[in-house]
Design a binder for this molecule. Structure first.
Ligand code: FMN
Length: 220
């Protein structure tokens, strides 16, 4: 009987480690690594891609399929691009933060989409003219880009620049957004061979490999 109880406890502990506890730990490790990369500034000597800027919008908090995250799925993808290209990055930070609760965020996003809102961006890029290529990353929200990405595209003069989109989603792929960007930024050179990863995959080594292979295909 004693043996049976010990075995049961062992199995329960292992299950806990493999499921809930394990997941949380790997999420926070992924988040920390991505955060370190995104917060780093490439030094001038090593920044050979100093004309490339990675601009991304990504939400933290309760997220579909991946639990509670400190760094959003698209931000994780942005960190792979930043690390590989050793380029600068800029996070689009909303003046009014989106709710942590997934359901509440859906409500806010629905309202913004219905109203074709242009949510304000809290931070600024001072030297956008010094970049000639912009990687633009976002999650799919209701089959489109979050409205704040439209704010970004309208706030800056992106004419003459190469724009390379990438995104995360949970089933919709790129949802036609690369062509929407092309239509919107008719004076830019928009590369519609973007990369769409599911949010869950973006957080894994396979997601990183896919991102790097895509960059190689683009010629980087
Ligand atoms: C408001 C909202 C709307 C969403 N709409 C879609 C959608 O239409 N199609 C889809 O595949 N995923 C949708 N998602 C899932 C996100 O695209 C997916 O979880 C993404 O990886 C989140 O990226 P982030 O962590 O960078 O914010 C939606 C998520 C939110 C919060």
């Amino acid at each position: 009987m004693k043996k049976y109880i010990i075995y049961s406890l062992l199995i329960i502990s292992l299950l806990f480690l493999v499921t809930g506890c394990g997941k949380k730990e790997s999420n926070s490790e992924t988040d920390k690594k991505a955060n370190d990369i995104l917060n780093s500034t490439p030094s001038n000597e090593t920044n050979s891609n100093n004309k490339i800027l990675i601009v991304y919008f990504s939400r933290t908090g309760e997220n579909y399929n991946v639990g509670n995250v400190d760094v959003g799925n698209t931000a994780i993808m942005a960190s792979y691009i930043k690390e590989y290209l050793n380029a600068d990055s800029f996070e689009i930070v909303p003046t009014n933060p989106y709710p942590n609760s997934y359901d509440e965020c859906l409500k806010v996003a629905t309202k913004e989409r219905n109203e074709k809102a242009r949510p304000a961006i809290k931070n600024k890029i001072d030297n956008i003219s010094s970049y000639d290529t912009i990687f633009l990353g976002y999650p799919i929200w209701w089959g489109d880009m979050p409205m704040i990405v439209y704010t970004f595209m309208e706030e800056y003069d992106l004419s003459g620049k190469t724009i390379i989109p990438f995104n995360t989603h949970e089933g919709s792929g790129s949802s036609g957004t690369y062509n929407s960007i092309k239509a919107k930024l008719s004076n830019s050179n928009v590369n519609t061979n973007g990369l769409a990863l599911t949010g869950q995959k973006a957080r894994t080594d396979n997601g990183k490999t896919d991102t790097i292979n895509w960059l190689k295909e683009l010629g980087y």
